[in-house]
Design a protein around this ligand. Sequence first.
Ligand code: URA
Length: 434
Amino acid sequence: MQMTDLIVKKRDGGALTDEEINFMIQGYTRGEIPDYQMSAMCMAILLRGMDDRETLAMTMAMMHSGETLDLSPIRGVKADKHSTGGVGDKTSLVLCPMVAAAGVKIAKMSGRGLGHTGGTIDKLESFPGFSTAISEETFFDNVNRIGIAIMGQTADLVPADKKIYALRDVTGTVPSIPLIVSSIMSKKLASGADVIVLDVKCGDGAFMKTEDDARELARGLTRIGRLAGRKCAAVITDMDQPLGFAVGNAVEVKEALAVLRGEQEGDLLELCLTLGGCMLAEGGLAAGIEDARERLLQTIRDGSALRKLAEMVEAQGGDSAAVYDPSLLPDAAFKLEVPSLKGGYVGRIHAEDVGLVSMHLGGGRATKESSIDLSVGVVLKKKVGDYVEAGESLGTVHASSEEKGREAVELLRNCFEFSDEPVERPSFIKDIIR
Ligand code: URA
């Protein structure tokens, strides 16, 4: 078999056989197929597409390019979630303890991630002593004992994706539905959960800018998940403004704790109830999403979700006192308000730009090697549709120095657009695909 023939076949609109796809993924992972040929193939796939059979074959070939996690030592239904990435996305910190308290097992691998803020692991490391560098044995044992554990990603999970994604990033071939589906689903399938729930964001701060594109991606992801034998659902959510109010690391943990204490309603809680509702319903632990939502709300009312987080923090070497007393979490030296220069209704909050303010403050990572400051970030006070008086604060900047803080104040102000007319609050959950 020759890679050149496969490129020509896809370029001319043909469908690749399972054998051809396996040859291509194995050959590329082993370094036998050069980058230039794989780049040409990615472009041919972007232009010509792939049907479900091809996308499934690509997903499975990528999944088997490295280690896979066998979660069978864990008793009960195991669920995992994936988000296509958003600004202020602290969903896992709320969702996982809530769902675990309701009886679904969470055995989750998470990453640090590059970008505006750290990933879930960085955020969790705000709890003094907390570590995700735990052995597989401890991971399984903790999930069996307390129902939840979060472990750092092992190096050899889906090596094919690491290579292909790096190539797509520099060859204009990221926005291809079959390539995105196989990239995301190979990693989720390799992580071993029975139930996979996907949060597909759309809007300014998201990867998919329109609702139609997000729906097409969500359908593709759930179809491939089901064809691979897993229970799968997707929720399409708005990312035209940051999720919740906080963007950073410790500030996001503090917000998550407020939701778990039952002190904050709104988009973040709504998202967690919907994703968690899908997990319980797909896992057969609830009759439907409504029933599941009620059970999840109960874990907040009776404090069991907050206790579950404390148990996880403790079991992974952290100080759970900070779960009940957020003043023990990292705190920035300088806090500056951001007074609005004009009055009006908030028409837009550019999510991506708010993310860049967090990055400017040191809350994100530009390269894998950069270190991040867990204490810095932004806490918004206003959301789209709110009325603001001139001089009223739009949010608080948490900074490590007064100079950085002042710069961030100006940057954050520019993230807001105003309207003299009332602005309708955008609907947050756009669709649920089950
Ligand atoms: N996230 C991924 O993991 N892969 C993609 O291709 C796009 C987003």
